[in-house]
Ligand binder design. Structure first.
Ligand code: IMP
Length: 179
């Protein structure tokens, strides 16, 4: 995959260090409460796996799969549930675990959706955030890294289902899009 990459934006060590810091914050903020971690498939798989293992408190985990309609590399904000949660979130303290917030459209829909189901609280943790996220009203309590407005892959993030298994976050070389 090396020749398809332009640059490493966030090295694996930085991801691990930041997730451990965020886990310590979550441990502190949710002390005495059972948090329900909700991951969004498939991008958040790596973040969830490493973040939840850095937590000291016990946490339940559930998954949703959604598709945001849109073409190519932009989402439209129109969301369809492909796989719903396995359990009821009524009265639960929900922490959505995300890989990246770009337009924030998918996430703002998800937060509203989980609140409407009667969750006691809904907060958001994301590894990466792009500048456009500021345009949408999504309160993101935990942010790993603010990154520039480039399309990135790796650590769960794909381009046409590829590159998810890179251990770091990087940008693609222009020839990949052109091809
Ligand atoms: P948003 O609705 O624009 O915030 O984007 C939501 C989803 O689009 C994310 O959860 C990712 O799956 C995908 N996405 C956004 N930006 C990128 C990127 O730079 N690389 C890979 N996927 C991305």
């Amino acid at each position: 995959m090396g020749q398809d990459l332009a640059e490493v934006l966030v090295p694996a060590e930085d991801i691990a260090r930041r997730l451990a810091e965020m886990a310590a914050e979550v441990d502190r903020d949710y002390a005495g409460r059972d948090v329900l971690l909700v991951g969004v498939l498939k991008g958040a798989v790596m973040v969830m796996a490493d973040f939840c293992r850095a937590l000291h408190s016990s946490a339940e985990m559930d998954w949703m799969a959604v598709s945001s309609y849109g073409s190519g590399t932009k989402s439209s904000g129109v969301v369809r549930i492909l796989k719903d949660l396995d359990r009821d979130v009524t009265g639960r303290d929900v922490l959505i675990v995300e890989d990246i917030i770009d337009s924030g459209l998918t996430l703002s829909w998800l937060v509203a959706n989980l609140r409407s189901r009667g969750a006691a609280s809904v907060e958001v943790l994301t590894l990466l955030r792009k500048p456009d996220a500021a345009k949408v009203e999504v309160e993101t309590r935990y942010v790993g890294f603010d990154i520039p407005n480039a399309f990135v892959v790796g650590y769960g993030l794909d381009y046409a289902e590829r590159y998810r298994n890179l251990p770091f976050v990087g940008t693609l070389a222009p020839h990949v899009y052109a091809g």
